[in-house]
Ligand binder design. Structure first.
Ligand SMILES: [Fe+2]
Length: 278
């Protein structure tokens, strides 16, 4: 072991420069393992200081294995957003009698033989008045009431979309009934020649299909990877919306959408509509 006198002769004081230590009796311990240990610590302290104050390296994003938002420090924005409007009809205007609306839809479907024939001839699995009755609000007061309320919701959506209508307004172009029985679907489609389209929901029994919306950029995604199953809602390529009776959904007419298989034993009843820029 080392001589005890060497150990006892050390008296350490702080280095006036702030880093390291020095002995008050350096001459008495010029050499030996204690010196080596002491200066090893000093060197380590200097290394630590040097490491922590070194210039930061720039690592290219592509070479990073993982990139966390709390470390990236980048600004990432959403551009060219797709808006979807959802509200209860009752939030604006005079309340529409839901029971009367449902009864009217069923009565009209029973009486509208032209609509039944068109649905059958065109493979529509159920009933739609789309091609047979172009004047529901004129024929049935409940539809006139409904349109007054829809006008208010569309106006609210136009406000959100920040449309410059150049002194014109959006006007109802078409409104029609859809009745989908069990197993009924409505294939993916858009609503050409319109600005705003939407649907209000009259009967949505348990198991009734949601509305499926598709990312409008799908046709441009030539080599784009699929999105993670738990991706954020705004990052997904398909969105399913399950509205309740009395809800109204609005979207821009170019947005592709479909009604998947109705799994309910009962009929799914909705009223859809288009608004044009006039
Ligand atoms: Fe549609």
């Amino acid at each position: 072991m080392f001589p005890a006198k060497h150990y006892r002769s050390w008296s350490f004081t702080r280095d006036p420069n702030g880093i390291g230590i020095k002995s008050g009796h350096r001459d008495s311990v010029k050499s030996g393992p204690f010196d080596a240990v002491r200066f090893w610590y000093v060197r380590q302290a200097r290394r630590i200081v040097a490491f922590n104050f070194r210039p930061r390296q720039t690592i290219p994003l592509a070479s990073r294995k993982t990139l966390r938002y709390d470390t990236a420090m980048a600004q990432i924005e959403s551009l060219f957003v797709t808006r979807l409007y959802r509200a209860a009809l009752s939030e604006l205007g005079k309340p529409v009698d839901a029971a009367e609306l449902e009864t009217s839809c069923l009565t009209i479907a029973d009486d509208d033989e032209a609509g039944q024939d068109w649905s059958e001839a065109n493979g529509y699995p159920g009933y739609t008045s789309y091609a047979s009755l172009a004047d529901l609000p004129w024929r049935f007061p409940i539809f006139a009431d409904l349109v007054k309320v829809l006008d208010l919701h569309v106006a609210a959506f136009v406000e959100d979309l920040e449309f410059d209508l150049d002194g014109k307004v959006l006007k109802l172009e078409d409104i029609w009934i859809n009745i989908l029985p069990q197993g009924g679907t409505h294939a993916s489609h858009i609503h050409p020649h319109s600005v705003i389209s939407g649907t209000t929901y009259v009967a949505m029994p348990d198991g009734a299909s949601a509305l499926k919306l598709e990312d409008p950029r799908s046709a441009r995604m030539m080599a784009s990877p699929a999105r993670k199953s738990d991706a954020r809602k705004e990052m997904r390529q398909f969105i399913y919306v399950a509205p309740k009776v009395g809800d109204v959904l609005l979207w821009e007419s170019w947005l592709r959408h479909e009604v998947p298989l109705n799994m309910s034993d009962d009929e799914r009843i909705s009223v859809s509509f288009n608004y044009r820029w006039d």
